[in-house]
Design a protein around this ligand. Structure first.
Ligand SMILES: NC(=O)C1=CN([C@@H]2O[C@H](COP(=O)(O)OP(=O)(O)OC[C@H]3O[C@@H](n4cnc5c(N)ncnc54)[C@H](O)[C@@H]3O)[C@@H](O)[C@H]2O)[C@@H](O)CC1
Ligand SMILES: Nc1ncnc2c1ncn2[C@@H]1O[C@H](COP(=O)(O)OP(=O)(O)O)[C@@H](O)[C@H]1O
Ligand SMILES: [K+]
Length: 468
């Protein structure tokens, strides 16, 4: 994914329209923008499909206009291309684009079979759900073409929420125009849009509030590094030691120079050789000045003792990751006197709902809930799931979708360990969380599912190397 700010921004439909107005104020016509968008999309389609016969489905608006530009460009390159247009073009720019396509146009595409379907029925201008007729047309054409490419957003998708039209088949590729929309990264649409490509049409960086998270760019340790300088992470154990051990194992390969497991008992369990466990009074164990970050929550328990251990961990004032059981115990009382900006919480859907309850937050979508908990508490909120998002002091960050093999017990403990390890190295909470998600996803690729959570933890050093 490109790392420049304008190509990482994620815009709402309203912001995209404002960006278009800004470009027009700068003297660039809608026609010119449509040419840039359509040519750029045609270029991707040409590269992907190598001249296979293409059907372009064109709607009445500017998304349809892009379709005519794509069709004309593919024809110009010598490709075989037909247009299906159930409605004539309505906007001036779309009418002008339609005039440039001299090939065959039909209204229904009945009996049409082909190799590549390009969907330009509706884009970000969708104003109501698809009619039964449009739904049937899309479904039929999609079934009759081997490969499906959606332009800007798949027709019928709500570009702002990522809601997917019921019963619609997935696409192989979606080519975003000008800027990413939320639907490329959240909701069902993000899982069904296929490979994502972005065509740059000259939209400037408008705001840094909502961005695709930049990939981490790690370096080898400094020449004079030693284990404490690289970061000492304390993992607070609890009632069920397995989860904190797993998180600690994951942390070992993710950047910290030293990971210590602070257990609550003296049972003689067999620990992996890389893990150092210290048992005893938690306050005393946490008083080690060299500790640069704390992880608390996996396997902590939810009783009085757990509450006590969490309170002790937070009282240290160190950069801290709170996960799992800790998310059930966090509330205003627990955060009293604590600097929330040093804390990352890593809730899945259920834990996010619990946090909302604990902090009296009511919001409709996952994105809004994560943002509301962040603004209410100052916590950096990494809301996990198939479409993970991060609410932080710079706004909202989105991520490419990770492997669905990550849906295995303990996968969240591994993520918490990685994020805490990054925090121990001195990363800010936002950077630690972003790097953590990318490392977790890369580890899933390295472990090549199906894998267990401990396989995933073992794949972290290989994942780390991918970002060096
Ligand atoms: N904003 C920009 O800067 C650019 C936008 N471009 C394209 O323009 C698109 C947006 O164009 P438009 O705003 O014209 O919108 P669309 O082309 O997405 O669709 C709007 C048209 O469809 C009708 N419509 C909406 N929902 C419908 C439904 N469910 N059933 C039947 N008719 C429906 C509307 O009344 C309108 O006529 C983008 O997705 C992108 O493809 C590009 O040409 C490049 C530049
Ligand atoms: N279908 C999926 N696709 C991609 N990532 C997923 C999917 N399901 C879960 N994940 C990821 O796996 C991890 C699961 O965490 P969590 O639910 O806390 O698991 P556990 O509590 O068992 O450790 C999260 O990072 C989440 O983003
Ligand atoms: K479309």
């Amino acid at each position: 994914m490109p790392n420049s700010a304008n190509l990482r921004q994620v815009l709402t439909v309203a912001e995209m329209q404002a960006a278009e107005r800004d470009l027009m104020d700068a003297g660039i016509s809608v026609h010119e923008l449509m040419q840039r968008a359509g040519q750029g999309a045609a270029d991707w389609i040409w590269r992907m499909t190598g001249g296979r016969p293409v059907t372009v489905l064109c709607g009445p608006g500017n998304n349809g206009g892009d379709g005519y530009v794509i069709a004309a460009e593919i024809a110009r390159r010598g490709g075989e291309v037909r247009v299906v247009a159930p409605m004539p073009p309505k906007t001036e720019a779309a009418k002008r684009a339609a005039e440039t396509f001299k090939g065959k146009v039909t209204t229904s595409g009945e009996g049409l079979r082909g190799e590549v379907l390009v969907d330009c029925l509706f884009g970000s201008g969708l104003s109501r759900p698809l009619s039964a007729e449009h739904r049937a047309l899309l479904r039929r054409l999609r079934m009759e073409h081997a490969l499906g490419v959606a332009i800007d957003v798949a027709s019928g998708v709500d570009a702002d929420s990522g809601a997917w039209p019921e019963g619609m088949a997935a696409w192989d590729c979606t080519i975003a125009l000008g800027a990413w929309k939320r639907a490329h990264w959240i909701g069902e649409a993000s899982a069904k849009c296929g490979t994502r490509k972005l065509v740059d049409i000259g939209v400037a960086a408008r705001s840094e509030d909502e961005q695709l998270a930049p990939e981490p760019d790690f370096a080898r340790p400094a020449w004079d590094a030693h284990k404490y300088r690289r970061g000492l992470l304390a993992v607070v154990g609890g009632a069920m030691p397995g989860a904190s051990e797993l998180a600690a194992c994951a942390a070992v390969g993710a950047g910290a120079g030293y990971v210590k497991l602070l257990g609550s008992d003296n049972s003689r369990r067999q620990l992996p050789p890389d893990l150092v466990e210290k048992n005893g009074d938690l306050t005393e164990l946490l008083s080690d000045e060299r500790i640069s970050a704390i992880l608390v929550g996996p396997g902590l328990g939810r009783g009085e003792e757990a509450r006590d251990r969490l309170a002790h961990a937070l009282a240290e004032g160190e950069p801290t990751v709170c996960d799992a059981d800790a998310l059930h115990l966090l509330d205003d009382e627990m955060l009293d006197g604590v600097d929330g900006t040093k804390i990352i919480v890593t809730p899945h859907e259920g834990e996010l709902a619990q946090l909302c309850k604990n902090f009296g937050v009511i919001a409709a979508s996952k994105r809004e809930r994560a943002m509301a908990v962040h603004s209410r508490t100052g916590l950096t909120v990494l809301a996990k799931g198939p479409d993970t998002i991060l609410a932080h002091d710079g706004g909202v960050a989105y991520f490419p979708q990770g492997s669905s093999w990550l849906s295995v017990a303990g996968s969240g403990d591994v993520l918490a360990g990685i994020v805490a390890s990054r925090l121990a190295t001195g990363d800010t909470p936002a950077r630690a969380a972003m790097a953590g998600v990318y490392l977790h996803q890369q580890a899933a690729r390295e472990a090549a599912g199906p894998f267990s959570a401990s396989d995933l933890a073992q794949a972290i050093p290989a994942a780390y190397r991918a970002f060096l």
